[in-house]
Write a protein that binds this ligand. Sequence first.
Ligand code: GLU
Length: 510
Amino acid sequence: MTTTLKPRVRFAPSPTGPLHIGGVRTALYNYLFAKQHGGTFILRIEDTDQTRFVPGAEEYIIESFEWLGITFDEGVRVGGDFGPYKQSERKPLYQQFAQQLIDSDWAYYAFDTPEQLDEKRKDYEAEKKNFQYDNSTRLSMTNSLSLPKEETERRLASGQPFVIRFKFPADKEILVNDLIRGEVRINSNLLDDKVLFKSDGMPTYHLANIVDDHLMEITHVIRGEEWLPSAPLHVMLYQAFGWDAPSFAHLPLLLKPDGNGKLSKRDGDRLGFPVFPLQWINPETQEISSGYREMGYLPDAVINILSLLGWNPGTEQEILSIDELVKLFSLDKISKSGAKFDPEKAKWFNHQYIQKQPIANLAKSFDHQLKAKGIHASIEQVERAVAMIRERVHFLTEFWDQGYFLFEAPKEYDQQVVKKRWKENTPDQLRQVLAIISSVQPFNKETAHDEVVAAIQRNEWNMGQVMNCLRLSIVGAAKGPDLFDIIDFIGVEEVNARVEQAIDRLCPEN
Ligand code: GLU
């Protein structure tokens, strides 16, 4: 990168469905790169393929970045000097550039119908060959190179459907200089004459992408590896227009946790983790795909997780704040090979971030869950509860599961624990224990604990049995934080009521 030029980078999603976390990672790396160099990060929506347009997808993209706290300096909804930033609003522009390529003999009109192309492909297949529309076949096809000039003009004037194809020069070595992969070379004979423009007045991705990157003065194209095969065409398009090409950096694929191949929604469904930042409801099928937000991930944790999928700071440090990432990020530490997504590690990260969060933020989230269940506690109570249980929580959504007993009596009792621990003399033991707890006035959890332990020893009861039955009565299961912390929290009267309820439910004859 030249030091004088502030980079201008873009994230350019197509609104064809929910944004995959691979796309979020691409956006994140662009963002980090821009921030580090004091550059500009742009959101451009590439919606030229009307057949793949999905309602709600653009809003989904915007909302995802809002949740993650990734902001754009220019682009759709933000504005800027290089707009409009939505390709469907830039339509007339592309026509003019397509024309420019025709006029300079870098592109041509092709009139082959889909049926004719199909037939051609079949003929080739019959001879066990692959048909490619390229410099070796184009003169045998129906286009402005093979037809007389007047015939081309007649067809255009009569409104016959056409496409404009790029005319790759024959036998030319094309060099893509990639900041991650180094020099990638390919011979133009291997490439097909890609369609750049269609007679519906819409450019294809390739033309629109290059024209916009040029007009928006993009300096670095940082994008997924799946676009690497298109890069030679893009390099040639820049040459054809006589423009300087931006630098390219193709990011490694995100791979599934097990086996080989690209991380897909199916892997997420199969292994129980989301591949989308937010929940997505397919507008056609109503099928629901889970999202990191709804699963109870913190946005900063998601950013940290994604930052390390394909990049590393060169040290062992794993917990990295966004500010640290901005400082440490560098394209030359991006790996060439794909990055395996590890759901267990993702969970670990979220757990770490939950421990680091201010209690007040977590309490807000838990309070929300409580209210949804009709429980209205004071914020001080909720904060106290959060402090007690957060160590056990991996996802924001788990606060209820890990702490319901702080706000309501158990509705059921873990039968395995009942079977193992609840004995005939349990009601009697628990009532004696309760009498001891009640006698500690004013209540003090350490004293109560010590006196209960002393009584159990004095009576030669089984410590595990009594304590577990007390916990079972209060929590409904053999889980939760320190029992005397819980008792302190809910109060002795409530403990009394819960023990009586447990006795009543578990041995009604008492
Ligand atoms: N619209 C393309 C996509 O959906 C953008 C690829 C690029 O960044 O050039 O990923």
